[in-house]
Design a binder for this molecule. Structure first.
Ligand code: NAD
Ligand code: UDP
Length: 352
């Protein structure tokens, strides 16, 4: 298939790119680098051994999105492009609605006009808010607790309405739990532009010496060791699920909404210890107050993804920590240390 990855230069998008190329697809990346680095393109070329077709595109630029789709044909789009910081979404809700929701509307309109028949959408476990019970199944109540989550829920609903209006349009909503880890090469990984708000990148930056200590938000949750429990999933397992979802849309010709997690809850403390073991580094920490809005325990029931896609997570928490550490120790300051090769970006643009 010829597949467009909107937001494909980001953390999950670039790992997914490697899997899709490995499976023989022709893949194009579109991104505005709002939260990623052009250096990713050079890294992807290194990993895949092939030039990386890239198109600079801001999903908020409706004429630009239309013009791009008018010139290109795709069998499917994977839509990663979104702003994703929960705290920031509370401070700047309108920017989040514009970027995530308007961007998705323009994308869907351009896809419809160009006759692109399939969409895989990056949704999130955040649509479940604080779940009533765990493991969380796809039919659990949806109740979001912040503007970022609201954009994900609205986008799922928009996509559902488009599917109902056009019985030939196919879409997959993939509800990611907590993606962590990195490509085994150490060349690709998570590179937050600001102070990390997520746990794993924060731990990585403490271990590599960029930050003094981790603050563990809450030690008095009703969990086995008192710290919050989440379902961490290796980004390469997640990447593989996108390829499987695309196959499902083609072969089964049905729409899909599935959880992508391991089904295993890991506490903050367990992750800290697993990371210290995998990296042979100390991870100094202190336990502080709970972070407002955090649930005690969230982990997936991934049975539906296994039944429909034949997909299940294969990499365990030790592999997640080992690969995250390889990436961080090989790239202590992320992609920034690499040279931004403008001519490489231009070359990538010429390949689309
Ligand atoms: P990321 O920020 O690394 O990647 C998103 C990419 O989209 C970036 O390269 C960014 O530059 C691009 N982008 C954003 N707005 C854009 C726009 N208007 N036009 C063009 N490109 C734009 O994030 P990620 O972790 O790779 O997440 C990918 C998707 O998965 C997002 O939709 C996110 O909400 C969702 N998700 C992420 C997590 C997580 O913990 N990482 C969990 C659940 C869901
Ligand atoms: N967490 C923490 N310190 C941090 C960041 C996160 O203790 O610096 C905890 C947080 O309270 C939660 C878990 O780690 O229990 C995962 O948080 P993250 O923000 O990575 O994911 P989310 O809360 O969105 O599931």
């Amino acid at each position: 298939m010829r597949i467009l990855l909107c937001g494909g230069a980001g953390y999950i998008g670039c790992h997914t790119y490697t899997v899709l190329v490995e499976r023989g697809h022709q893949v194009v990346i579109a991104d505005n680098f709002a939260n990623s680095s052009p250096q990713v393109l050079a890294r992807l070329e290194q990993v895949t051994g092939k030039p990386v077709p890239f198109h600079p595109l801001d999903m908020r630029d409706r004429p630009g999105v239309d013009a791009f789709f008018a010139r290109q044909t795709f069998d499917a789009v994977v839509h990663f492009a979104a702003l994703k910081a929960v705290g920031e979404s509370c401070e700047r809700p309108l920017d989040y609605f514009e970027n995530n929701i308007s961007g998705t509307i323009y994308l869907l309109q351009a896809m419809r006009a160009a006759g692109v028949p399939r969409l895989v959408f990056s949704s999130s476990a955040t649509v479940y808010g604080e779940p009533e019970s765990v493991p969380v199944r796809e039919d659990a109540p949806l109740r979001v607790t912040n503007p970022y989550g609201r954009t994900k829920l609205v986008m799922e609903e928009l996509i559902g309405d488009v599917c109902r209006a056009d019985p030939h349009f196919r879409a997959a909503n993939l509800r990611y739990f907590n993606p962590v880890g990195a490509h085994a090469s150490g060349l690709l990984g998570e590179d937050p532009s600001d102070t990390p708000s997520n746990l794993m990148p924060y731990i990585c930056q403490v271990a590599v010496g960029r930050r003094e200590k981790l603050r563990i938000f809450g030690g008095d949750y009703p969990t086995p060791d008192g710290t919050g429990v989440r379902d961490y999933i290796h980004v390469m397992d997640l990447a593989r699920a996108h390829a499987d979802a695309l196959d499902y849309l083609v072969n089964e010709d049905r729409n899909l909404t599935v959880n992508l997690g391991t089904g295993r809850g890991i506490s903050v403390m367990e992750l800290v210890h697993a990371f210290a073991k995998a990296s042979s580094r100390e991870v100094p920490y202190e336990i502080v107050d709970r972070r407002p809005g955090d649930a005690a325990e969230v982990y997936a029931d991934p049975a539906l993804a296994q039944r429909l896609l034949g997909w299940r997570a294969e990499l365990d928490v030790d592999a997640m920590c080992r690969d995250a550490w390889r990436w961080q120790s090989m790239n202590p300051y992320g992609y920034a240390a690499g040279r931004v090769e403008e001519d490489r970006v231009e070359e990538a643009v010429s390949l689309v």
